[in-house]
Design a protein around this ligand. Structure first.
Ligand SMILES: *[C@@H]1O[C@H](CO)[C@@H](O)[C@H](O)[C@H]1NC(C)=O
Length: 157
């Protein structure tokens, strides 16, 4: 009996802080100045870009949770989520670019799936990284033509 109580107490101590801990989601937003569809060495990271995190119910696909954040001077956002969303389908998404000439979301890089749960394969994890998301510059920079030749030649396909 005593062992069982101790075990329960240990279990509660283990589970309680995890269940109430905050999840941290980090990622970045860039401006693809070459309209390349990927980050190049003339890509820059956008400060003040608004990013949303949306979670939907798996069955009904109804939106169950939504929050927003803004990128800092390095183009990185850091959004805190209070509850575990392991039962939901969650993704980060571009909301708004502060730069007029770089505000067209790259349709291939405008969202990023994330699994918002503390438990993943039995490992407790509070920090979640989303893939970088990007906007396309209205006009590619003049040097992009040569730059892309270099990038595509380098990538062996
Ligand atoms: C980007 O890479 C290309 C190819 O290596 C190079 O010629 C160019 O100078 C680089 N540009 C910057 C801004 O680093």
């Amino acid at each position: 009996m005593a062992t069982r109580v101790l075990l329960l107490m240990a279990l509660a101590l283990f589970i309680f802080p995890v269940a109430t801990a905050t999840l941290h989601v980090k990622g970045s937003v860039y401006c693809d100045t070459c309209r390349a569809g990927f980050e190049t060495n003339v890509t820059f990271y956008i400060e003040g870009a608004r990013v949303g995190i949306q979670c939907k119910e798996r069955k009904s696909l109804k939106v169950a949770f939504y929050t927003e954040g803004v990128t800092d001077s390095t183009g990185t956002y850091h959004i805190e989520v209070e509850n575990d969303h392991g039962d939901h389908i969650c993704e980060c998404m571009l909301v708004k670019s502060p730069i007029k000439w770089c505000s067209t979301p790259d349709s291939g890089r405008d969202r990023s799936s994330i699994v918002l749960t503390h438990y993943k394969n039995g490992i407790v994890n509070h920090l979640h990284y989303a893939n970088a998301m990007g906007y396309l510059r209205d006009q590619p920079l003049p040097q992009c033509h040569n730059l892309l030749k270099y990038y595509l030649a380098d990538s062996d396909f």
